[in-house]
Design a binder for this molecule. Structure first.
Ligand code: 4AD
Length: 461
């Protein structure tokens, strides 16, 4: 048996040929001597018909009408051309005339959610409330079915694209992919939001980031490294953009003269990712837009870079009171995003030179003005997607800064020691993958871009 995929069926070579197709029963309805069936494969569908004739019995037609939705079936069928049913469309479309049908895997007859309901456009006009909407918890509780909708199929293919582009772009720039431990002996981003796990007779932590280890790889002479992996945060934040486990796209790079060499490398990587998505994922973007409408994502080339103090100035001009050394609150971050968009027409920008007081202990102060630091965040549609900085590579200064942050330096002794054998100046950053995809597509919740999201209230499926 040679199987043909649904999206290949319209190729001329299959016209009037008998082929085998494996797919899911999207819908099925027997009426008298005929059964009408829609077969689905990922996001592609094809109409099928099964009619009583010398090869197909009445019982066969009845049986086919009763195969439950979402079951997987194999059909042997003739590919025929029929007029397209859409009005004012003169094109022909193809249909399958089924000769044999086998059930490969039967789905439960009662589905906890219907794929059509889960695929309905959000915010579509529905004055009479006839469209059944599926709420987020029902979707996530039944994620295997929910993931079969065209929008979800597209989201996770595009997400794979983001990781592939990240890897390809950095590989082309001479980076080496590394893998860092996820079970660690000390918190890398400070104490508060770390998960403790029992480790034989001791306690260990789940890594809040690959921070310390990617820097140690630089000290070990790898020069430019990146890593893609799980990051854990014990944050009891039930928001649209926090998960307790997410995928971190992290990078770290030695530089010669100025940390902006690294900042530009990261910003260019984003430009490359945005272009790659625009050029190679238009079908996925369109499929997501069909269900979740959003403005197309805009970016400038080269990206816009502003200093933190300029951002504060823009906020103050808009009537917001915010201190020079105060972090941006989520509403202020979003407002600044709107102000930047209105002024520069971009959904992506870099904010450089954050106040030192609000950055982690390993951040290099700005040598020209120590209330600031050589650190940066990048934003998409007014939300932070990466934070990064030049790191302190002088071990004695690192000890001083760690103590200033109240960190027990005996816990990070191996990290500090790694800078005692010579280490080049370096900088890097950590990106939240789910946030990038959420914001690129203009989605409203990070759970939509995590295949099996983990948050303070959800540990299954
Ligand atoms: O800002 P964060 O905590 O920075 C670090 O982890 C540093 N080690 C990075 C560096 O190299 N200096 O996290 C980095 C990014 C954030 O910008 C955000 O996109 C994402 O990780 N992120 C989260 N994503 C989902 N859920 C959460 N709870 C997140 N916390 C951070």
């Amino acid at each position: 048996r040679k199987f043909v995929s649904v999206n290949e069926l319209s190729q001329p070579e299959y016209r009037d040929q008998v082929v085998w197709v494996r797919g899911r029963v999207h819908t099925s309805r027997a009426k008298g001597k005929q059964c009408f069936l829609v077969l689905r494969q990922q996001s592609s569908t094809v109409q099928c018909i099964l009619a009583v004739n010398e090869r197909v019995s009445k019982q066969m037609v009845k049986f086919s009408g009763n195969v439950s939705k979402e079951s997987i079936i194999d059909v042997q069928a003739k590919v025929v051309t029929v007029p397209n049913k859409i009005e004012s469309c003169t094109e022909q479309t193809i249909e399958l005339c089924i000769e044999q049908l086998f059930v490969v895997s039967l789905a439960k007859p009662q589905l906890p959610l219907q794929i059509e309901d889960a695929s309905r456009p959000e915010n579509a006009d529905d004055p009479e409330g006839l469209n059944i909407r599926v709420n987020q918890d029902t979707r996530l509780d039944n994620r295997i079915l929910d993931l079969r909708t065209p929008a979800n199929q597209a989201i996770f293919r595009l997400e794979a694209g983001v990781c592939r582009l990240f890897r390809d772009i950095l590989t082309a720039k001479g980076f080496t992919e590394i893998h860092t431990p996820k079970i660690i002996s000390a918190a890398s981003e400070g104490g508060a939001n770390v998960f403790t796990v029992s480790y034989f007779k001791e306690s260990a932590y789940l890594a809040q980031s690959p921070q310390l280890y990617k820097q140690m790889a630089i000290a070990a002479d790898f020069d430019k490294v990146y890593t893609v992996g799980a990051v854990f945060r014990a944050e009891d934040s039930n928001t649209h953009r926090h998960l307790t486990e997410f995928v971190g796209l992290d990078l770290e790079m030695a530089f010669k003269y100025h940390y902006h060499e690294v900042l530009h490398t990261i910003a260019d990587t984003f430009t490359g990712i945005f272009k790659g998505l625009r050029d190679n994922y238009s079908r996925e973007i369109e499929a997501v837009n069909q269900q979740f409408k959003a403005e197309p994502f805009k970016f400038l080339e080269p990206p816009l870079i502003l200093e933190f103090a300029e951002g504060v100035k823009m906020l103050r001009e808009a009537g917001i009171e915010t201190g020079d050394e105060e972090d941006l609150s989520t509403p202020n971050e979003k407002l600044l995003g709107r102000l930047v968009k209105a002024k520069y027409d971009t959904d992506f920008y870099v904010l450089d030179k954050f106040p030192l007081a609000i950055r982690p202990f390993y951040t290099m102060p700005d040598p020209n003005n120590p209330i600031y630091s050589n650190s940066y965040d990048m934003f998409m549609r007014g939300e932070e997607i990466i934070s990064g900085a030049q790191r302190i590579h002088d071990p004695d200064f690192l000890v001083e800064r760690a103590k200033h942050h109240g960190i027990d330096i005996t816990k990070i002794a191996a990290y500090i020691e790694s800078f005692r054998f010579g280490c080049p100046p370096h900088a890097g950053g950590g990106i939240g993958m789910e946030r990038v995809v959420m914001l690129y597509l203009g989605l409203d919740n990070i759970r939509k871009t995590s295949m099996f999201p983990r948050d303070p209230k959800r540990l299954t499926p």
